[in-house]
Design a protein around this ligand. Structure first.
Ligand code: URA
Length: 237
């Protein structure tokens, strides 16, 4: 692990701003290996030293992983000159971590969105080669039928000739359906259902791999993933 400035190490935990952390250090609330730290610029190797804030261990993490319940009307982007993005919903401290959304949900799509600063992880989640299943709940104009299910299983060809990998379609009793895909082409689920004459009215992502959206998160809320949840993202289901 890299040797870091003490204030940088604490700020990368997303706990507080660099300015606030400097103040915490000055007021003697931070210790390194039991010795009260005097200087924000003190170098610390997080693999060797124990850093505490008010006596509680500060766990340095190289990368960060969050799940958000993406609300409608917000872009899955880091920044946009005009429109609100998912990064506008997180704290300024979290914004400084350099998080970005793992793949994209459309502006009107809701549900499970991962935010991370780990590019390799994001690539694995998105790449169809990893065969990670993304599950969506879709409400369509007209209910899907068994021939739609068979067409999804065969691999659809979209109106513009784009070939889709075989996907699973499961009708739900109330007339909506579940769609399980391993790829994330532009407007993929909407275009797949539209190609069967079932335009999507509402779309929500429920899971990625074995990771389900935490149902206690209200639209716009987010939280850090646990270690187990992080592993479950890359699990094939
Ligand atoms: N497929 C879509 O059509 N839209 C999304 O937001 C996600 C998958």
């Amino acid at each position: 692990m890299p040797v870091l400035r003490l204030d940088k190490l604490i700020s990368e935990c997303g706990l507080a701003s660099r300015k606030e952390i400097k103040q915490m250090i000055k007021s003697g609330r931070v210790a390194v290996d039991g010795i009260v730290a005097a200087a924000p610029e003190q170098k610390v190797d997080p693999a060797i030293s124990l850093v505490t804030l008010d006596g509680e261990a500060v766990c340095y993490k190289k990368f960060h992983y969050y799940m958000m319940n993406k609300p409608e009307g917000v872009l899955s982007a880091t920044d946009d000159g005009k429109q609100k993005t998912v990064l506008d919903l997180v704290t300024p401290e979290m914004r400084k971590l350099g998080l970005f959304p793992v793949g994209r949900l459309d502006k009107d799509t809701t549900g499970l969105l991962l935010l991370t600063d780990d590019g390799e992880f994001a690539h694995k989640v998105i790449s169809p080669k990893s065969e990670i299943v993304k599950t969506y709940h879709a409400w369509t104009e007209g209910a899907v039928n068994s021939s739609d299910v068979a067409a999804f299983a065969d691999g659809l060809v979209l109106a513009d000739g784009t070939k889709c990998l075989p996907a699973e379609l499961k009708p739900v009793d109330d007339g909506s359906c579940l769609v399980m895909v391993m790829e994330g082409k532009y407007h993929q689920v909407k275009r797949m259902l539209a190609s069967r004459g079932k335009p999507v009215q509402r779309l929500k992502r429920l899971s990625i791999g074995a990771l389900k959206l935490d149902s206690s998160l209200k639209p716009g809320e987010y939280r850090e993933l646990t270690e187990n949840e992080l592993c479950s993202v890359l699990k094939k289901i």
